[in-house]
Design a protein around this ligand. Structure first.
Ligand SMILES: Nc1ncnc2c1ncn2[C@@H]1O[C@H](COP(=O)(O)OP(=O)(O)OP(=O)(O)O)[C@@H](O)[C@H]1O
Length: 224
């Protein structure tokens, strides 16, 4: 469970989250809202990239602000800009880097890297320089690098922005089969149609929190 208890946060004199109270227990959760409504700030608190000024964020009972390293082992975070996440020269090396801490055996790292690249349609690029991938392929690589570590919770910040229709559909299928709890921030409302719960933020407040259809309707109304 991901819990926000009375979470408030400001950057300088701009308050971006106001008294957020959420208990996220469902498996697949979408977070939507206008640009600048506070979605990324909220999501970054789940793995302690941002620590709230007031209130608590807990992930499976772990206080994110107090136990950053522990919470980061639980939560895989996929940034909207894959260039922030890709570190190693080649595609395979980048995946294997994610595994160095948890998988001692080299050949097992190689096997798991190959399997995840295959799952994300990147097997043909295994030995290619990561920086030469297309934007969408980089997004898939960033996703694969996080998924290969099998986190308990996966947070994805706008995971489909660079993807074409086929890869969006592949990502949707991959997300549908995950055992992990999934939190997706997106402007791609179609992606969320079969999610368990959708939270709508507006100016740092939760203004709707419902099944996808009513939540998306509330968001459309807010934007019209
Ligand atoms: N590190 C930071 N320093 C100062 N201001 C910040 C910082 N991060 C975010 N903000 C501000 O906080 C507000 C909320 O930003 P946030 O990125 O959470 O919104 P968002 O809902 O994810 O937006 P988008 O849909 O455009 O990605 C914005 O006004 C933004 O400028």
């Amino acid at each position: 469970m991901i819990e926000f208890a009375d979470v408030t946060h400001a950057f300088g004199d701009r308050t971006v989250l106001r008294a957020i109270n959420l208990e996220l227990t469902e498996q697949r959760i979408g977070i939507i809202g206008a640009n600048g409504s506070g979605k990324s700030t909220l999501a970054r608190m789940i793995n302690a990239l941002v620590v709230p000024d007031a209130g608590k964020v807990r992930v499976n009972g772990i206080d994110a602000a107090r136990e950053k390293r522990r919470v980061r082992r639980e939560v895989g975070f996929i940034f909207s800009d894959p260039d922030r996440q890709i570190i190693m020269p080649t595609v395979t090396e980048d995946i294997e880097l994610s595994l160095t801490r948890t998988v001692r055996d080299r050949s097992e790292r190689a096997t798991r890297a190959a399997a995840v690249l295959d799952r994300f349609g990147l097997a043909g690029h295994a030995d290619h320089p990561a920086h030469l991938l297309s934007g969408g392929q980089k997004q898939l690589l960033a996703l694969a690098s996080v998924m290969v570590t099998e986190p308990q919770v996966l947070v994805a910040d706008e995971p489909t922005t660079l993807l074409d229709l086929r890869n969006t559909s592949m990502l949707r299928d991959v997300f549908a089969t995950l055992d992990e709890q999934l939190v997706v921030l997106t402007h791609d409302l179609e992606l969320l149609t079969d999610y368990d719960r959708v939270v709508v933020l507006d100016d740092g407040r939760v203004v709707a929190d419902d099944a996808p259809r009513p939540a998306i309707a509330a968001y459309r109304k807010l934007m019209s």
